[in-house]
Design a protein around this ligand. Structure first.
Ligand SMILES: [Zn+2]
Length: 231
């Protein structure tokens, strides 16, 4: 048995199961505060915070702890107006069953974001590296949502979600502009903004990815605003 929790032993640990913990570690994980229907745990040795979902422990960073608490404490459910706007834009479900809506949003403080991923989920979206987003916004800060010029159509999103893996980690979908430039996105994408091409300029090319074509335009890494909403 190892003394301490998995994070005491390896600080890069992010998640581990109850079974793994019990069988290999002699750890003191104390129950800390209650958040919504769940509880946070704290390691008595290294002071790491954990969130327990089913039989898995997830390590919390300062940021993810804030998100978790906000998810349960704030009013993040979409009202009727937002629901109507979301269904006009088109909702795409990811593999977790979370609902994704690519939108332009205006916040109560007047700030406008053109590349905002509204993530509507039943459970706190703890799978993210929150630092990879432009910023994090909560649904109760949003005044209005509308369609974004940078968003991909629902048809494209659905097609890209179901794309075949042609190479390790590569699930291409070929798109085209009205002047017939070909663009390739990899797996489920919500937005496009590269080479002066916006998501709304694109439609499905309805052709398979061609390994010999060196003219394809690829997506650039986009900084999205993550909008956290609760279903
Ligand atoms: Zn520990």
């Amino acid at each position: 048995m190892k003394k301490g929790c998995p994070v005491c032993i390896d600080e890069n640990t992010i998640t581990f199961s109850e079974n793994f913990l019990r069988s290999e570690y002699n750890a003191k994980l104390d129950k800390a505060e209650a958040v919504g229907a769940t509880r946070l745990y704290k390691c008595a040795d290294c002071n790491s915070d954990f969130y327990k979902e089913k039989s898995m422990y997830h390590k919390l960073t300062e940021r993810s702890k804030q998100v978790l608490i906000a998810f349960f404490k704030r009013d993040l459910v979409l009202n009727k107006m937002f629901k109507d706007q979301a269904s006009q834009i088109g909702i795409t479900e990811n593999y977790n069953g979370d609902k994704l809506i690519p939108a332009k949003i205006e916040l109560n403080n007047g700030v406008v974001h053109e590349i905002a991923r509204i993530q509507l989920s039943k459970n706190p979206p703890m799978e993210f590296d929150f630092d990879s987003f432009e910023s994090i916004v909560y649904m109760d800060e949003v005044k209005s949502i509308s369609s974004s010029d940078f968003a991909l159509s629902k048809e494209i999103r659905e097609e890209s979600k179901n794309a075949d893996e042609l190479r390790m980690g590569f699930y291409p979908t070929v798109l085209k502009t009205t002047d017939n430039r070909k663009v390739v996105i990899n797996s489920l994408a919500l937005f496009f903004d590269s080479h002066q091409i916006k998501g709304s300029d694109l439609e499905l090319a309805n052709e398979t990815f061609d390994f010999t074509n060196d003219q394809y335009i690829y997506e650039a890494l986009l900084k999205e605003v993550l909008v956290i909403a609760r279903e």
